[in-house]
Design a protein around this ligand. Structure first.
Ligand code: NAD
Length: 502
């Protein structure tokens, strides 16, 4: 690994401006395509977290009192700035994460769409009203903000995952402290600058960087009302348990092993095209990536040969080079771990159809590259099947029937996304009905819901009750209150009996 001589430091964002850490711990941010360290990032300790939470606490009363339509107007300006700066944001994401510019730009777009959803907040906050719940008595509900909300996000979507949380939380009247991934923290800083430019009052949105110690300080802070987390399953479970034990409202999204079932009647060319993008896009570093294909009956040999032909034809290289379809992995250590899984797959007896380990990208010998890798005849006991590899490794499992395929998917401890490829409406309907997964695609490989639906998985892919953005997001970032009113037109008689409403 090489290091640039003059490294800049990514600051925190507190009280509406860049701020320095009070401590001395720090990490390094690497350009994934070259392997070069490009900047340093401070790791917040409990004191830094306290300063950010205090800023959010101070800003809360005035922001809560700002009318929803005014909050929405700030978000409308933020949305326009995101659109204007989309290419700059994509360039930062590509530099630090490695994904292609097109892919990075698409992820900014998906984040921007949550901002668009959140601008509808005056309508979304409307409650229920019932007249005459008793004689001369009416009831209505209101949705009110929680206070200081926090977000802890993964490396693979440095702007989109924060945007699943921040616009909805702010629109609902909360203030926010974000801890983005320390591996690619710069996109979140640009979001902070754009929110300030859009007119967001200081302290309403804050950013700290860091690691486990930083997260621990957030989860246990007495002034934090809610925690939204996205990341790997072990950390998601720990975050859910720790923050819940400290009285916070929590939604904690975890890892995945997403299956695509290809039925014998599927259009195998269309399915192969879809699966190549879903498996190898962003080098497989997507929580909704398809990492396991369940090929039913005769579909098996056909789909494997079509996948192999397409995988070997992919253009691999730095994400900012025109024509490149797949970039590097996030770190060297992660690339090595992915290679170890490929070795394990061979050892455990799977058929290695395409091996991406030997790939070299001219001029980028320090980059974290692995080519697309494809295994066939994988069984449910192999580590390449059981574990989330989070790299460009696609495994094909053979099944004899639709029933067997559904049972296999349902046996997985994960339940984030899944897809079925078929020409039969009845088969697709049965799949959608019986499958125990939160997001289901029918001939759609990556069924990420649009912003006005909610995003989230089942089982070990989500700890908590509510999914992110869409209607669940509004529910998560507000609490309801029922107001029961009587306006007597004569002085009340004193009555000590239990109130009833006939
Ligand atoms: P990660 O769990 O390592 O890190 C996520 C966040 O938690 C980061 O901000 C990190 O700094 C922090 N963190 C890491 N280790 C921690 C620890 N021991 N204690 C407390 N905090 C810790 O995940 P990652 O490698 O950044 O991201 C990849 C993972 O995220 C994959 O498992 C992927 O499936 C998952 N993911 C899930 C979704 C979803 O919607 N379910 C979306 C994107 C990514």
């Amino acid at each position: 690994m090489t290091t640039d001589t003059a490294l800049s430091t990514v600051p925190f964002w507190v009280d509406g401006q860049p701020t320095a850490s009070t401590g001395s711990r720090e990490g390094q941010v690497t350009n994934s395509a070259t392997g070069t360290v490009i900047r340093t990032v401070p790791f917040a300790d409990a004191r830094d977290v306290d300063l950010a939470v205090a800023s959010a606490c101070r800003a809360f009363p005035a922001w809560r009192a700002t009318t929803p339509i005014r909050r929405a107007r700030i978000l409308m300006r933020f949305r326009n700035l995101l659109e204007q700066r989309k290419e700059d944001l994509a360039a930062i994401i590509t530099e630090e994460h490695g994904k292609t510019l097109d892919d990075a730009s698409g992820s900014v777009q998906r984040g921007l769409e949550v901002v668009e959803f959140a601008t509808g907040i005056p309508h979304l906050l409307k409650g229920e009203h019932a007249e005459d719940v008793g004689a001369g008595v009416d009831s209505h509900t209101v949705r009110q903000p929680l206070g200081v909300c926090t977000g802890i996000t993964p490396f693979n979507f440095p702007i989109m995952c924060p945007m699943w949380m921040v616009p909805v939380a702010l629109a609902c009247g909360n203030t926010f402290v974000l801890k983005p991934s320390e591996k690619d923290p710069s996109a979140a800083m640009m979001a902070a600058e754009l929110l300030a430019e859009a007119g967001l009052p200081e302290g309403v949105f804050n950013v700290v960087h860091g690691d486990k110690e930083t997260v621990e300080a957030i989860l246990t802070h007495p002034d934090v009302a809610a925690v939204s987390f996205v990341g790997s399953t072990p950390v998601a479970k720990y975050v859910y348990e720790t923050a819940s034990a400290h009285g916070k409202r929590v939604q904690s999204l975890g890892g995945a092993k997403n299956h695509a079932v290809v039925l014998p009647d599927a259009d195998c060319d269309a399915a192969a095209d879809a699966l190549i993008g879903a498996a190898y896009g962003s080098a497989g570093e997507r929580c909704m990536a398809i990492s396991a294909v369940v090929a039913v009956g005769d579909a098996g040999d056909t789909i494997v040969s079509k996948l192999a032909a397409r995988a070997t034809a992919l253009e691999i290289g730095p994400g900012n080079r025109a024509g490149v379809e797949m970039g590097p992995l996030i770190t060297r250590a992660h690339a090595e771990k992915v290679k170890e899984y490929v070795e394990a797959g061979e050892r455990e007896g799977a058929t290695l159809v395409v091996d991406g380990r030997g790939l070299t990208v001219e001029g980028y010998t320090g980059g974290h590259f692995i080519g697309p890798t494809l295994f066939d005849h994988v069984t449910q006991d192999m580590s390449i099947y059981t574990d989330e590899i989070f790299g460009p490794v696609l495994v094909v499992v053979r099944a004899n029937s639709h029933r067997e395929a559904i049972d296999l998917v349902n046996h997985s401890p994960y339940g984030n996304g899944t897809a079925v490829f078929t020409r039969s409406g009845a088969a697709a309907r049965r799949f959608a009905n019986e499958i125990q997964v939160g997001m289901v695609g029918v001939n759609v490989p990556i069924p990420v819901p649009m912003a006005f639906f909610s995003f989230g998985g089942w089982k070990s892919s989500l700890f908590g009750d509510l999914h992110m953005h869409g209607p669940d997001g509004v529910k998560f970032y507000t609490r309801t209150k029922v107001v029961t009113s009587r306006w007597p037109d004569r002085s009340d008689e004193v009555n000590l009996a239990m109130p009833t409403v006939e």
